[in-house]
Write a protein that binds this ligand. Structure first.
Ligand code: ZN
Length: 283
């Protein structure tokens, strides 16, 4: 079984424009149309059994309606193998009630994005969210490191993550993109924090440029090499690594192949593709 812990889709009405906008800003190819059916097709192609969808609230005013939508989404799609987490925004006033509601709605976790949300990961507004999420048993998946769409924005570094996690009770915290996108030389700061997991999303191989876009002729599109990736997996230990594709920003099928062919042992792959995710999702 393969579980993809990091995917995105959008309501059908806005999928096309959202994908176009994000793809243009980041100069990257989209590998799916951003709809739920797009992910289902991609899962069939890539042999993925379950995809976890991670919605990002870019505005505090969107939080409530997005969580209601995610719960409705799960009623339709969970059986088909996709289910959505909830979201929260650090400026959302009713964050405490809303996290209670997220748990009541049966959403298994929340996604936060310090760069899109413009708040540092170790700000008190996030710390209190982490504390409450931990109490409720909600998994927190956080965008970690730099962001391809916001060059220069530094709201989430390994030391900010470590600082935040150390201040709260146990919370299952997933630092996406192998602990911090493009800050991989700093992620040792996270090693001593046993509840911090990482996902493999958008970290291995190369970035696929958008068609007819010259950005990556001038800028490097290199992510981690196989060697660096395997070393990093082993620094954390395979028990703390979750497979994620970041689809539509990478092909699920290709993302699976890249991890499979990176040089890890089968026992490590089994944990990364399946058993770790099952354990933390409680499925
Ligand atoms: Zn993502």
């Amino acid at each position: 079984m393969i579980i993809d812990f990091h995917t995105h889709s959008f309501p059908d009405k806005i999928a096309e424009s959202a994908i176009e906008k994000l793809s243009r800003t980041a100069h990257i190819k989209a590998f799916a149309d951003g709809s739920a059916n797009g992910i289902l097709n991609s899962m069939a192609e890539g042999g993925i059994d379950i995809s976890v969808m991670l919605p990002v609230a870019v505005k505090a005013s969107n939080v409530e309606s997005m969580n209601t939508y995610s719960a409705q989404f799960n009623e339709m799609y969970a059986e088909k193998g996709i289910f959505s987490f909830g979201c929260i925004h650090p400026d959302y006033e009713n964050w405490k009630d809303e996290l209670n509601r997220v748990a009541q709605l049966g959403l298994k976790g929340i996604k936060i994005h310090p760069v899109y949300q413009g708040v540092n990961q170790n700000d008190i507004r996030y710390i209190r969210i982490l504390e409450k999420a931990g109490e409720l048993g909600l998994i927190v998946v956080a965008h970690a490191g730099l962001d391809i769409g916001f060059p220069g924005a530094v709201n989430s570094t390994p030391s900010m993550i470590a600082d935040a996690v150390r201040q709260v009770g146990p919370v299952k915290f997933v630092a996406a993109h192998m602990g911090s996108w493009m800050l991989w030389d700093e992620v040792d700061e996270l090693l001593s924090l046993p509840h911090v997991y990482v996902d493999t999303a958008f970290s291995l191989g190369i970035i696929t440029p958008r068609e007819n876009d010259s950005h990556y002729i001038e800028h490097t599109n290199a992510l981690m090499t196989d060697e660096k990736f395997c070393k990093l997996v082993r620094r954390f230990g395979a028990d703390r690594v979750l497979f994620g594709s970041d689809n539509p920003w990478d092909s699920q099928k290709e993302a699976v192949n890249k991890v499979k062919n990176s040089g890890l042992e089968q026992s490590e792959l089994d944990k990364i593709f399946c058993t770790n995710a099952k354990r933390i999702l409680g499925i």
